[in-house]
Design a protein around this ligand. Structure first.
Ligand SMILES: [Zn+2]
Length: 105
């Protein structure tokens, strides 16, 4: 088995695991049971990890992850209708005046 990636979010790893398995890459999550704390950052060595069961599929799994990262577009920046300030796409409201993003999404 080969370790593919680790992430503090079990939900995220579970999502990746589903996608990989849909593509025929068997994988498991390790350290799953250790991240139960609310808002608690686990020790680095205890981070949930995603492992590829068959070594031969590691490269395939890595390229799938890469595709995934490229296919999830980050939201475009937007300009606030209230104060004209430009905001990063991930913000739902203006950081400057608090006005909600009025883009059609
Ligand atoms: Zn504003």
């Amino acid at each position: 088995m080969k370790r593919l990636t680790s992430n503090e979010s079990i939900a995220y790893l579970g999502h990746l695991k589903n996608l990989l398995e849909q593509s025929g890459v068997g994988c498991i999550i390790k350290n799953e049971q250790l991240s139960g704390g609310l808002g608690e950052i686990p020790f680095l060595e205890c981070l949930p990890e995603l492992w590829v069961i068959r070594d031969a599929q590691l490269a395939e799994a890595q390229s799938l992850l890469q595709e995934l990262a490229q296919s999830s577009p980050s939201a475009p920046a937007w300009r606030c209708a209230g104060c004209g300030e430009s905001n990063e796409g991930q913000f739902a409201a203006c950081w400057n005046c608090g006005r909600a993003d009025e883009r059609d999404t």
